[in-house]
Design a protein around this ligand. Structure first.
Ligand code: 5GP
Length: 208
């Protein structure tokens, strides 16, 4: 299904603990909603597996990241597992200006920062069926060492306790159900009156 072209663009923040399957959900969602672009983040963590600079992330060192923060080139940032992650501001400004939809794969604090800057942003939290599922998924993808996995599991417990700060939560058990719910959230948000006010303007003029 394609989006409502006349509605204003949406900033969709998707958060959830490491291993919950955010990447897979976002990818499947974007296949169904091609009008959403993925915001490519900047990070100081090292590329894993086949990751390429400018595709999954923009990779840089800490000095460069801090310089970008000082130059106000980063919309929001967070430190996760000892590494910086942040959203480059330029593309987001462009999406907003062009009324295009954008999706952000982001930590909880990052999503909260985005919401402060753009109150119309939509925040969705993905929950795992159980903590053991996260550990299994992280072990299976084997992109982190065992100690990194334990750090991420501890972090996950903290993150899950903060899920209530979000507007929406989806239990990510079956991918198809999760994507269907995410689509439903987006459709409901797109149907909000405020998002479509300009589209309805001519109707109000008729009865004024
Ligand atoms: P990973 O190392 O697994 O790719 O990402 C670790 C965490 O950083 C994930 O929770 C992911 O959502 C988050 N993350 C990725 N990009 C950004 C970003 O630009 N800003 C913030 N705040 N978090 C991000």
């Amino acid at each position: 299904m394609s989006g409502n072209k006349l509605a204003q663009g949406m900033i969709l923040c998707v958060s959830g603990p490491s291993g919950v399957g955010k990447g897979t959900v976002i990818e499947a969602f974007m296949k169904r909603r091609e009008d959403f672009s993925l915001s490519i983040s900047m990070t100081t963590r090292k590329p894993r597996g086949q990751e390429q600079d400018g595709v999954e992330y923009y990779f840089c060192n800490t000095e460069k990241f801090q310089e970008l923060i000082r130059e106000k080139e980063i919309l929001e940032f967070d430190i996760y597992s000892g590494e910086y992650y942040g959203t480059p501001v330029g593309p987001i400004r462009e999406y907003v200006r062009n009324q295009q939809n954008v999706i952000l794969d982001i930590t909880i604090d990052g999503a909260i920062q985005v919401k402060k800057i753009f109150p119309q942003a939509v925040m969705v939290f993905l929950l795992p069926p159980a903590i053991s599922t996260l550990r299994e998924r992280l072990l299976k993808r084997s992109t982190e060492s065992e100690s990194e996995i334990e750090t991420r599991i501890k972090q996950a417990e903290i993150e899950i306790s903060q899920a209530k700060k979000f507007e929406y939560a989806i239990l990510n058990d079956r991918i198809d159900d999760t994507v269907a719910r995410l689509e439903a959230i987006v459709l409901a948000e797109e149907s909000k009156f405020d998002r479509q006010a300009s589209q309805f303007a001519h109707l109000f003029k008729m009865i004024e």
